[in-house]
Design a protein around this ligand. Structure first.
Ligand code: NAD
Ligand code: MG
Length: 398
């Protein structure tokens, strides 16, 4: 039977890769709803090709989209607006699968709505899980949602874990013979830059990732290694494991997407060419497998696999994220909010590259941590952390 898919963040890098997969399997999947925050022209093209029933955009873009659809003679698409619209489509009874591919905290409530509606949720929007942690995981359990990782590392770990791993009860300790998770990192575009060089790197350099083509925010996160920090927190929640069981391994070729070590001395790795279509297809079809256009690995041309430890002096963001996870409570939400603000300021050239981790550290030190007891308390702390981070940026600018 055909599955009906809702793609939150369809104009982004993950959204586009998702469409690519769906296009290859028209008999298995149909597009029910899509959302975009900007790039309305591109959204118009997507509407023309995929004919979703509903489209969600910011209220300020509704007119523009309406005109565009009229000009393209498309007249049977419903347009909804803002967060309320995102939530409506994410929990809609006609939707089977939700691709959560909005970037940042903006994706939290729609993703949670999909989880609470018991959907198959393909999680790309790691910030949503970093912020809400236990609340999101508990909601998935309570509402029998299938929360499947799209982040390539977590998808790889999921593939290397025992089949029933997500179903068994755990207390933060690895189970079923699992000993350790090895979370791989490419190291980003500045892997071999010294501290002096890092002081002057530009947004354009930071957004030019050696192996992956991604949105701007995650590209900067990959350059600071905050992406790996967020992924460390994401892994702890997804696989219900304490942070000291997750080791970060720098692997510049991005061929191994992560590994799981077992007590018998086995290390299982998932490998493939670095293309997000593979994890997206895996999460869409799991436990089955569907075809993608991604070519199989050619190990004769890709003969080297290198590994090294991350340098926490040049890339302190990873250390901050690990500390935030260890402390727990609202700390990961504070870390995430400060990072979103700092990355936006770096992209606007208001602060330098090394200031990003500085702003995050300052914010962690100046916003009171506490128990993450509800989504409201998380959102309040998110707002407060954004204010503190913005103030710090103003200080750094003057
Ligand atoms: P992107 O910037 O390319 O796309 C983001 C999408 O979210 C766009 O469709 C945009 O319109 C929408 N959006 C942005 N701000 C919004 C807001 N305030 N409200 C509603 N919608 C908004 O980002 P991306 O690279 O596709 O990444 C999306 C998510 O997936 C991120 O959380 C990222 O960390 C994660 N992820 C991406 C990759 C990758 O290879 N790109 C890999 C793993 C995980
Ligand atoms: Mg990743």
């Amino acid at each position: 039977m055909s599955q009906s898919v809702c793609i939150l963040g369809v104009t982004g890098s993950i959204g586009q890769s998702t469409l690519k997969i769906l296009e290859q399997h028209p008999e298995q999947y149909s597009v029910y709803a899509v959302s975009a925050y900007s790039r309305i022209q591109e959204l118009g093209e997507i509407c023309k090709q995929y004919r979703p029933k509903v489209v969600v955009v910011p209220a300020a873009k509704v007119d523009e989209l309406q005109q565009l659809l009229k000009a393209k003679k498309i007249n049977n698409i419903e347009i909804l607006a803002d967060e309320a619209g995102l939530i409506t489509v994410a929990e809609h009874p006609d939707v089977d699968v939700v691709m959560a591919a909005i970037v940042g905290a903006a994706g939290l409530l729609p993703t949670l709505a999909a989880v609470k509606a018991g959907k198959r949720v393909l999680l790309a929007n790691k910030e949503a899980l970093v912020m809400s942690g236990d609340i999101m995981m508990q909601a998935a359990k309570d509402h029998q949602a299938l929360l499947l990782p799209v982040d390539s590392e977590h998808n790889a770990i999921f593939q290397c874990l025992p089949q029933n791993y997500l179903q068994i009860l755990r207390n933060g300790e690895p189970q079923l013979g699992v000993q350790q998770i090895l979370l791989t990192a490419s190291g980003g575009p500045f892997l071999n830059f010294g501290l002096e060089q890092l002081k002057t790197v530009t947004p354009a350099q930071a957004c030019k990732h050696p192996n992956w083509s991604m949105g701007q925010k995650i590209s900067v996160d990959s350059a600071t290694l905050m992406n790996k920090g967020l992924e460390l927190i994401e892994a702890c929640h997804l696989f219900s494991i304490k942070e000291h069981f997750v080791t970060v391994v720098v692997h510049p070729q991005s061929i191994i997407h992560s590994m799981v070590q077992y007590v018998d001395g086995s290390t299982l790795a998932q490998m493939g060419n670095p293309d997000m279509c593979t994890p997206i297809a895996h999460a869409l079809a799991w436990p089955e497998r569907i075809q993608t256009h991604v070519p199989a690995l050619d190990l004769f041309t890709q003969s080297r696999l290198d590994f090294q430890e991350p340098d926490l002096v040049r890339f302190p963001a990873l250390k901050l994220a690990r500390q935030a996870m260890k402390i727990g409570g609202l700390a990961p939400a504070i870390l995430n909010a400060a990072n979103e603000i700092a990355v936006a300021a770096f992209l606007k050239q208001q602060i330098a590259f090394l200031d990003i981790a500085q702003v995050v550290e300052h914010t962690l030190n100046h916003v009171q941590n506490g128990v993450a007891e509800s989504i409201d308390s998380i959102l309040q702390t998110d707002q407060l952390a954004r204010q503190v981070a913005s103030q710090r940026i103003t200080q750094l600018e003057s």
